[in-house]
Ligand binder design. Structure first.
Ligand code: PLP
Length: 406
């Protein structure tokens, strides 16, 4: 008697995907890939497939995967002390505050655990600053269309993309004006404006750079109106655009600035940096975080900053950024699918014609072994680790070129 053919048993990945489907909150759309290991700018999935990492966990893994300095700093600190709360000082956190203030010229640092929390702190700081000065009518924020500032209610109010805001109102009070439009900003500024919040390069909107002089002009407008200039460098900061802060490309000094993403190299940490004139704006007890700036996250961030210096990564990002721009420009001249290239350093994107779905192309690239992210309405964004090697970089570019030209 013939035995019936047996179905193959489900793979580990299928079993995990089924459990995810059943147990995880279904707010993300994820493909059936389980990443299990990384080294440099390479990642492996559960089936042993290898990928070149051109996304770094959305511009987070600045040192790539398994960087020995970062791994050692985390291991050593984990063995010593992971968490204390902010009831007491901890050494890595104080050293981190000292390093960041020295490096950026700001004088104070507050730590939290994510980008949205850092922006939330910055928006609260703006309101409380004017409250402390007896100007409590100054509560309004000016932000930009298509900007992304995070998902908590305050940061979401500043986020200028309808799809993220839908169903979460009322949000505000925030006025959104077109990015780069100084007269629109001027028209909205009033004695009720607490601050202008701006990304030096719109990250999620597709690596769109501010027009030259824009940040400097915003500084002037904010000062003239008695409002604060608040800069969100959560995606652009920590070297991603080739300078430690993207604002260094222009002589524009904001009142406060936020960092997250790359700062901990993958360990969650966010930071709000302020000038000394804002040091009394959030008085003791007015804001805080249980986990913020804990020893483990602070030790990781210190290792990232140390490695940035030791491996001259800012210069490396400038070199790789120029190479990336060059290759993408060449590709654009050859492929009718690309309408434009945007961004700088290791934060760049290609916008595609409407007939070519960026999401379908992202899937093809993944199948071939290259991981990238979507941005804007129909663009692919490239944010590889700052430590990516020449070989990894070349392999990724070749995969991209082959896929687009096939
Ligand atoms: C510019 C900018 N601000 C804020 C955020 C929010 O950061 P997080 O996801 O860590 O809350 C992001 C995340 O993409 C961002 O790119």
């Amino acid at each position: 008697m013939n035995s019936l053919p047996k179905d193959d048993p489900p793979s580990e990945t299928q079993l995990l995907a089924e459990t995810a489907e059943r147990c995880l909150y279904p707010n993300y759309a994820r493909p059936g890939v389980v990443l299990v290991r990384g080294e440099g700018a390479k990642l492996w999935d559960q089936n042993g497939k290898r990928y070149i990492d051109f996304y770094a966990g959305v511009a987070v893994s600045a040192l790539g995967h398994g960087h020995p300095e970062l791994v050692k700093a985390i291991q050593d600190q984990a063995a010593k002390l992971i968490h204390t709360s902010n009831y007491y000082h901890n050494e890595p956190n104080v050293l981190l505050a000292e390093d960041l203030t020295r490096r950026t010229g700001f004088s104070r640092a507050f730590f939290c655990n994510s980008g949205t929390e850092a922006n939330e702190a910055m928006l609260k700081l703006a309101r409380r600053h004017f409250f402390e000065r007896g100007e409590s009518e100054r509560v309004e924020i000016i932000a930009f269309e298509n900007a992304f500032h995070g998902r908590t209610l305050g940061s979401l109010a500043a986020t200028g993309t309808a799809k993220y805001r839908q169903g979460f109102g009322p949000l505000g009070p925030v006025s959104h004006v077109p990015y780069g439009d100084l007269s629109a900003v001027e028209a909205r500024l009033s004695s009720r404006t607490a601050g202008i919040i701006v990304e030096p390069v719109l990250g999620e909107a597709g690596a769109i750079e501010a027009p030259p002089g824009f940040l400097r002009s915003l500084r002037e407008l904010a000062t003239r109106a008695g409002a604060l200039l608040l800069v969100d460098e959560i995606q652009t900061g920590v070297g991603r655009t080739g300078t430690f802060l993207a604002i260094e490309a222009e002589d524009a000094r904001p009142d406060a600035l936020t960092l997250a993403k790359g700062l901990g190299g993958g360990v969650p940490i966010g930071a709000l940096l302020t000038g000394e004139h804002l040091a009394a704006s959030l008085p003791k007890g007015s804001h805080g975080s249980t986990f913020g700036g804990n020893p483990l996250a602070s030790a990781a961030a210190l290792a990232v900053l140390r490695t940035l210096d030791k491996e001259s990564l800012l210069v490396r990002v400038q070199t790789l950024g120029a190479r990336l721009a060059d290759r993408l420009d060449t590709l654009r001249s050859r492929s009718p699918l690309i309408t434009r290239r945007t961004g700088r350093g290791l934060l760049q994107a290609i916008e595609l014609v409407p007939e070519q779905s960026a999401s379908a192309l992202l899937g093809q690239l993944r199948d071939r072994g290259l991981l990238v992210t979507l941005a804007g309405s129909n663009a692919l964004r490239f944010t590889p680790p700052l430590t990516i090697s020449d070989e990894e970089f070349e392999e990724g570019l070749t995969l991209l070129e082959e896929t687009l030209m096939s």
